[in-house]
Design a protein around this ligand. Structure first.
Ligand code: 5GP
Length: 204
């Protein structure tokens, strides 16, 4: 079993949700395999929308504007904070990241299910605004394995890896906020676990 703590095992924590879509929030320390898992979810559930976040960080190699992120300038991001355009926003690793309130509200009202890939700070804010959100935390098997994965990925300097690991420890300490915790030890098992978790809610 990959799932460490299924906090929705009792039927009363899986609420009926007939009139609007579901919000699935996925969080994980970087290097825990969240992007791969998010892609697997979107492949499996063709009608599920992905909430493309806005960020002020520079695009990485291969990342496409509007697909991976909406890449925006800091000034614009701050203006939208003032105008209340974010459903949630956070500063992560020195950059701003945010979720469009309009995108979420419009699509939830239209009955669409939405997948979000956001950090713990953003999850806390979204739970205030959308308390029925289904929160899922992806855990690496251990911090050592996470470090090795980040080193193998080869995209970050030693200093950046060290900062990501400090952040990972902090995020992992907040896993109790999430309804489901899935350990990504064997990728195929983690995908199965994740899909069956999501299917439970979509069947309601
Ligand atoms: P990365 O820069 O590696 O793509 O993402 C860094 C972190 O920012 C990840 O933990 C990711 O989940 C988080 N993140 C991405 N988009 C958002 C967002 O819209 N809001 C929040 N709060 N975090 C985000």
């Amino acid at each position: 079993m990959n799932e460490q703590g299924d906090r929705s095992a009792s039927s009363n924590s899986i609420e009926m949700n007939n009139c609007k879509g579901h919000l699935f929030i996925l969080s994980a320390p970087s290097g825990a395999g969240k992007t791969t898992l998010a892609k697997a979810i979107l492949n499996r559930f063709a009608d599920m929308l992905y909430s493309v976040s806005y960020t002020t960080r520079e695009p990485r190699n291969g990342e496409q504007d509007g697909l991976d992120y909406h890449f925006v300038q800091r000034d614009l991001f701050k203006k939208y904070i003032k105008e209340g355009k974010w459903a949630e926003w956070a500063e992560v690793h020195g950059n701003y990241y945010g979720t469009s309130a309009e995108f979420i509200d419009k699509n939830l009202a239209a009955g669409r299910d939405i997948l979000l890939d956001i950090d713990v700070q953003g999850t806390i804010q979204l739970l205030e605004r959308y308390p029925d959100s289904i929160t899922i935390f992806i855990m690496p098997p251990s911090l050592d394995i996470l470090r090795r994965r980040l080193e193998l990925r080869g995209t970050d300097s030693k200093a950046v890896i060290a900062r990501r690991l400090v952040n990972a420890k902090k995020e992992m300490a907040r896993q109790d906020l999430y309804r489901h915790v899935i350990i990504n030890d064997q990728l195929s098992e983690a995908i199965k676990e994740l899909i069956s978790t999501i299917e439970k809610y979509r069947a309601l």
